[in-house]
Design a binder for this molecule. Structure first.
Ligand code: FES
Length: 158
């Protein structure tokens, strides 16, 4: 973030915190509102939340990393999550991940494509095990998938 972007993030975060009366019990709501603005949780915003709510930064980070809905890094335009819960793993989730990494050109450990179009994440059970293996694209569930289905799913995003 540039200096100006950092200042804006702090100013916006202050507004969010004030809108909740700067109460610690609203930490999750505050983080949700900050994420809604930026589509991720910028570090300066997290530090401001920590300072203003008098909650340690490690505690704020613990909450921010516990919930899969939060992101500490800028995400791509489309968020793809592959379920790696037991049912999906057994039914081929690792092969879906391999196909996605190959088709998106992601290196090992890289989550977001260089053009910021896609972010690929792994999640635990999304609650539709009967459709395993399952992935979601921007929250929409696709089930009973094979690696050959990946290119059609990605094409729908263009
Ligand atoms: S294990 Fe994948 S949806 Fe339950």
């Amino acid at each position: 973030m540039t200096v100006a972007e950092t200042e804006n993030a702090i100013k916006h975060t202050d507004g969010v915190i004030e809108s909740y009366g700067a109460k610690r019990c609203d930490l999750i709501h505050i983080l949700q509102d900050v994420q809604e603005e930026y589509d991720y949780l910028p570090r300066p915003a997290l530090e401001r939340v920590s300072e203003k709510l008098n909650v340690s930064l490690p505690e704020v980070l613990r909450v921010a990393t516990f919930y899969a809905a939060f992101s500490l890094e800028p995400r791509g335009e489309h968020l793809i999550t592959v379920c790696t819960g037991t049912a999906c793993h057994v039914k081929g989730a690792p092969r879906l991940i391999d196909a996605l990494q190959r088709d998106l050109g992601l290196e090992e450990g890289q989550e977001t494509t260089d053009d910021m179009k896609f972010t690929l994440r792994e999640v635990r059970c999304v609650g539709c095990c009967s459709l395993a293996p399952v992935l979601t694209v921007d929250g929409r569930i696709h089930g009973n998938l094979a690696p050959e289905d990946i290119s059609d799913i990605l094409e729908d995003c263009f």
